[in-house]
Design a protein around this ligand. Structure first.
Ligand code: ZN
Ligand code: ZN
Length: 197
C-alpha cells in the first residue's frame, strides 16, 4: 500500500486494483464509492475509497472502506440481530437457483448501489452479473439486449407493449424512472431492471 503524507496525516491510499470487485467492477464510476480521508469505522485506517451505498445492518459510526467490504469484515462488524450486514438484497425470485457462495459474495462482500426502491442484483449463466451503473433511454440505445430484458421484465408484470415502450422512453439515468445496467460475466449479455420514485 502506497503511503503519502499530507498536513502530517498518513494517507494510505487504496491502489486502483483494490477498488475493483468482480460483481461491481467500478464502484467509483457508479457512485457507490468516493475518495475519503476519513478513518474507516471498521479497520481504523484512512478509508481512501469509502463506500457510498445502502447498508442493511447496523449503521456504521462513520465511513466504511472498500477493503473492509471486500474481506467481509464490514459485513461482520455491522451485523444486527445476529445477521451479518448486507449491501444489497438477495432474497428475490431473481436469485432462484444461485449458489449460496455467489449470493454471499453479492450481498456481503460487494458494494451495493442506491436505487429508488429496494435494490437487487441480476444474474445470468448461473452467476451474479457485473453491475455497471444507472442508465436511461439515451444510454440504452447501444444496448438492445438490455432493452429486451426491460421489455421482458414488464411483460411479465402484464404491461401492454404500448405502455412498455412509453415507459422505456421515460427512463432517465439521473431521474425517475431509472434503469440499473448489468453485464453477464460469462456470455457478455447486458441485462437491466428499472424502478421509479
Ligand atoms: Zn476499513
Ligand atoms: Zn450469460
Amino acid at each position: 500500500m502506497q503511503t503519502q503524507w499530507l498536513a502530517g496525516v498518513s494517507l494510505a491510499f487504496v491502489p486502483p486494483s483494490q477498488s475493483s470487485f468482480r460483481y461491481h467492477p467500478d464502484p467509483v464510476a457508479t457512485g457507490s464509492a468516493v475518495t475519503s480521508m476519513e478513518a474507516c469505522s471498521v479497520c481504523g485506517r484512512t478509508a481512501g475509497l469509502a463506500y457510498e451505498g445502502p447498508i442493511y445492518g447496523r449503521d456504521p459510526d462513520g465511513r466504511v472502506c472498500l477493503n473492509c467490504i471486500r474481506d467481509g469484515s464490514a459485513s461482520a462488524s455491522l451485523s444486527a440481530a445476529g445477521s451479518r450486514a448486507e449491501f444489497t438484497d438477495v432474497g428475490g425470485p431473481e436469485c432462484a437457483g444461485m449458489s449460496p457462495t455467489v449470493l454471499d459474495e453479492v450481498a456481503c462482500r460487494t458494494p451495493g448501489f442506491y436505487g429508488w426502491q429496494q435494490e437487487h442484483w441480476l444474474y445470468h449463466c448461473g452467476d451474479g452479473a457485473a453491475f455497471l451503473g444507472r442508465v436511461g433511454w439515451p444510454e440504452l440505445q447501444i444496448l438492445p439486449d438490455a432493452i429486451e430484458s426491460l421489455r421482458q421484465e414488464h411483460a411479465a408484470l402484464g404491461w401492454t407493449p404500448e405502455l412498455i415502450e412509453e415507459y422505456l422512453r421515460e427512463l432517465d439515468k439521473d431521474g425517475s424512472p431509472s434503469a440499473y445496467l448489468f453485464r453477464c460475466r460469462h456470455c457478455g449479455t447486458h441485462l437491466a431492471y428499472s424502478d421509479f420514485d
